[in-house]
Design a protein around this ligand. Structure first.
Ligand code: ASP
Length: 358
């Protein structure tokens, strides 16, 4: 899946300030124009030609590139596993990791890695770009340079400043499992409506220390990589038909349902709808309630239209994003197999800052 590692020539002398591994998976960032004017992926070994300032970092930078670069629309749990294994296998050798990834499913990828790398003590920073590195006004340059700087930033004791999985984009650092792609044209592609920024880059990079996860003492990296993709997303909309709801809930083999409800977790109280959800739960499917709103949270029981959810055994997804909810559902189902109670318990417990339950 990966090409051999390539060491990038930087100003690092015998005493580099930190060592970084860049994992290049594809996406718009690494695209250049070929002779015919079409966008094609570029060979990351030539990064210094495109962004010579990378050479000025006093860092030891190594690049690990997918053999086949992908548009992140083609990402699957296999992609997340490959990135996770690359980090696991190189964990002790590097101080930080930068993952270059397409923006379309970057929030899913960053969420997945946050759940896979429990008790992380080093930065894993996803970044990408809206305009290719070969475009004159590209945002790739700033995004990559700042991601490298943040991934190598250390505190006074030599520990990482941001020991969690995050996304750096357009001058802002967001928690990966709280982020959502909200823009396809403008440069500010990501939002994190329910959690503060971890850092903001201006003349200096200002870290929001109180918002950044602190690694637990005495724990070592716990790598989890089993995903069960037998999950469906049921998005509610006024006028949806009984057939639509029943078809989605009855897809053979489904084990988990992310129910994207209205407002603070509300759903219709039509008997056919309630019966369909109830039947899914009776059959052993796990149903998790998240909101279609970008900000706010699910409060089951606030309105009578969500009280029924609570009574039926639908789990409260609090302020989880839909992207993080889908990935977390796949992970807990993969991890716990048939132990539905253990899977349910993890779904309503924050694992790495992905939701606020209070
Ligand atoms: N389709 C691209 C991708 O997600 C878009 C991007 O990189 O921004 O791979």
């Amino acid at each position: 899946m990966f090409k051999p590692k390539v060491i990038i020539k930087t100003a690092a002398n015998r005493h580099p300030e930190a060592s970084l591994l860049i994992i290049y998976t594809g996406g718009t960032l690494g695209m250049v124009y070929d002779k015919e004017g079409a966008l094609v992926p570029f060979d990351f070994e030539q990064i210094l030609e495109r962004i010579p300032s990378i050479g000025r970092f006093n860092l030891q930078i190594t690049v690990l590139s997918f053999v086949e670069l992908i548009d992140s629309s083609n990402a699957t749990p296999d992609t997340w596993q490959a990135i996770g294994r690359a980090i696991l296998n190189n964990y002790s050798e590097y101080d930080g990791f930068v993952v270059i990834h397409g923006t379309d499913t970057m929030a899913h990828g960053a969420s997945a890695l946050s759940f896979m790398l429990q008790h992380l003590t080093k930065p894993v920073i996803f970044t990408g770009a809206q305009l290719p590195i070969g475009a004159v006004r590209t945002d790739a340059r700033e995004n990559l340079l700042a991601a490298i700087e943040i991934a190598s930033a250390k505190n006074k004791c030599g520990g990482a400043l941001v020991p969690e999985v995050s996304i750096y984009f357009n001058y802002r650092l967001l928690r990966g499992n709280r982020a959502k792609k909200v823009q396809s044209i403008l440069f500010d592609a990501f939002e994190s409506n329910n959690y503060p920024l971890l850092a903001e880059a201006g003349v200096e990079i200002n870290y929001n220390h109180s918002a950044i996860l602190k690694p637990a003492d005495g724990t070592s990296l716990n790598f989890r990589c089993c995903f069960d993709p037998r999950v469906v997303l049921l998005k509610l909309f006024p006028g949806m038909s009984k057939q639509y709801v029943e078809h989605v809930l009855n897809i053979p083999d489904t084990r988990g349902v992310v129910l994207e409800t209205y407002g603070s977790g509300n759903a219709p109280t039509f008997p056919w709808f309630i019966q369909a959800v109830e039947k899914a739960i009776t059959e052993g499917k796990i149903v998790l309630n998240v909101s279609q709103c970008l900000g706010g949270r699910v409060v089951q029981g606030r309105y009578s239209t969500s009280r029924l959810m609570e009574e039926m055994g639908v789990l409260n997804g609090f302020d989880l994003t839909t992207d993080a909810a889908l990935v977390k559902m796949m992970l807990v189902l993969g991890e716990y197999g048939a132990e539905a109670e253990a899977a349910k318990k993890e779904l309503v417990t924050p694992l790495c800052g992905e939701m606020s339950v209070k």
